[in-house]
Ligand binder design. Structure first.
Ligand code: SF4
Ligand code: SF4
Length: 121
């Protein structure tokens, strides 16, 4: 694998146990979006709500009538802008957004919900 230097401000995605963490570290701020896969049921609501289409939804796979995998989601760090909109719509609180370690959601603080989310609320 070819080593590439990390772009300043780029989102780094990593998996730790049952959690997927998206992190952007700036000079004075650190943003984190975390998915708890134990809580997530793969309903896909967050994927519908994401204004950047940064959440890929994978349906359950079946072999005959037997499910061999659950529905799930994954993030695209190239598309995500860490707005936190997905966090506001998750019915199971499987998503958490942190700014400098504190639970804060940018779209809530700035009151910039996309129209689709306004209709849901
Ligand atoms: S809305 Fe929540 S439970 Fe549903 S797929 Fe997204 S993270 Fe999982
Ligand atoms: S933080 Fe915003 S851009 Fe990133 S996955 Fe969630 S809704 Fe999409």
């Amino acid at each position: 694998m070819v080593w590439e230097p990390k772009r300043r401000g780029a989102i780094v995605k990593r998996d730790v146990d049952d959690h997927t963490i998206m992190e952007r570290s700036l000079l004075v701020k650190r943003y984190e979006l975390e998915l708890d896969r134990k809580k997530c049921i793969g309903c896909g609501i967050c994927a519908d709500a994401c204004p950047k289409e940064a959440i890929k939804y994978s349906p359950a796979e079946f072999k005959g009538i037997r499910a061999i995998s659950r529905p799930s989601i994954d993030f695209d760090p190239e598309l995500c802008v860490l707005c936190g909109e997905c966090v506001t719509v998750c019915p199971l609180h499987a998503l958490t957004m942190r700014m400098d370690g504190a639970e804060r959601i940018p779209v809530v603080e700035l009151n910039v919900f996309a129209q689709a989310t306004r209709k849901r609320w």
